[in-house]
Design a binder for this molecule. Structure first.
Ligand code: PMP
Length: 370
């Protein structure tokens, strides 16, 4: 007879490094105000829904066949978008796409990491980086950021020389701090990477939210074959549910990733949905502009209330510091507002929501910290 009893994992031949681990788990709780995973709060418009639905219907007619393996049309559309967004012209041979930038980065580690190799990052940073490393048998090493979460360039260059990593992984804007890199820092890291024959991966998941004057590393790609810039449709494009991330790099990097990608990794439905969403770039860029404005207002409000806020170029802010951050997190949750308990002790991270969600957050925080 079947029983409800679950087989303990240690009865399975699980890899030693996975024993006792917990899966990635931002809480998915059913509360009215979700400000915990840096999503775009605006659901797709009716026009976008109709366009996506038609594109999916069309794709469905061909679902008996495997999808276009190299997703060339999609990569061309992504290149056209990057030209529009950052003014950088790229051929589709320099763009690669996968199921979320999570998968893009795992593929990068599968191709460029591996046993006996290291990947270097700057803590605090995105919590998935150590997991990509573990899953590709790459050793993850970190250098601390400064107290204001910027990167100490001299120290970083020294660490690259000492550690000789095959991959340097740096998010700009960084999660969970919001910190963006300036061009001089990227160039200094790049020079150190050239000396160490290391791939410099700049994770620009939140790039569209950058403030005027903050550059994109895309502008530095030309003539730098060891530079990789990753992007995603999950944040600015309000398409987290579709799972589409991509990168821009030298065509040789794209060739390398094709060695490790699974056959037909990007479904025909995913390709069709993304191409339809890209046709709505105008309306999505207007939303992003509104979210940037709301971000600046949020930061100003928090500072006016006496909170510390890390400089942010993203659609979220790291704020604090609280003697008992868990109590503040719980107090907000009790009032229907879910933020993220992440980053160094004392800090909380809040995503930028709709005006109504921001009101709810402000009211709840005032009550909790009164
Ligand atoms: N990079 C950073 C810095 C992120 O914060 C996230 C999402 N939280 C990702 C990459 C992954 O996003 P996705 O897989 O949805 O593209």
């Amino acid at each position: 007879t079947p029983t409800d009893e679950r087989t303990p994992l240690d009865r399975l031949p699980l890899r030693a490094e996975l024993r006792g681990k917990v899966p990635y788990g931002a809480p998915q709780l059913d509360v009215p105000v979700l400000l915990n995973v840096n999503e775009n709060p605006y659901a797709p418009s009716d026009a976008l829904v109709a366009d996506v639905a038609a594109a999916v219907a069309e794709a469905t007619r061909g679902l008996n066949r495997y999808p276009e393996r190299d997703a060339v049309a999609l990569r061309e559309d992504l290149a056209a978008y990057l030209l529009r967004e950052s003014g950088v012209a790229l051929d589709a041979s320099r763009v690669w796409a996968a199921n979320g930038s999570n998968e893009v980065m795992l593929q990068l580690l599968q191709a460029f990491g591996g046993p006996g190799r290291r990947a270097l990052g700057f803590a605090p940073t995105y919590s998935m980086y150590p997991d990509y490393c573990r899953d590709s048998h790459t050793r993850w090493v970190t250098e601390p950021r400064r107290d204001d979460f910027t990167i100490d360039v001299e120290r970083a260059v020294g660490a690259i020389a000492d550690q000789q990593p095959s991959v340097v992984l740096v998010a700009s804007p960084n999660n969970p701090t919001g910190t963006a890199l300036d061009a001089a820092t990227v160039l200094a890291l790049y020079e150190a990477c050239v000396d160490a024959c290391s791939l410099l991966v700049v994770d620009e998941a939140y790039a569209e939210f950058r403030r005027p004057g903050t550059p994109s590393a895309l502008e530095l790609l030309e003539g730098r074959p060891l530079l990789v810039v990753t992007r995603t449709m999950s944040k600015a494009f309000a398409l987290a549910g579709a799972r589409l991330g991509y990168l821009a790099a030298d065509p040789a990097v794209v060739d390398a990733l094709q060695l490790v990608r699974l056959p037909y990794h990007l479904s025909a439905v995913t390709q069709a949905v993304t191409r339809a969403a890209l046709r709505h770039t105008d309306e999505l860029q207007a939303e992003v502009a509104a979210l940037r404005g709301a971000r600046d207002e949020l930061v100003a409000w928090l500072r006016a209330r006496g909170h510390e806020v890390a400089e942010t170029d993203a659609n979220f802010a790291l704020f604090g510091r609280f003697a008992d951050r868990h109590a503040v997190w719980q107090g907000l949750l009790d009032r229907g507002v879910l933020v993220r308990e992440t980053g160094p002790d004392g800090w909380l991270r809040v995503s930028v929501g709709t005006p109504a969600e921001m009101d709810a957050f402000r009211t709840a925080l005032e009550e909790v910290t009164a």
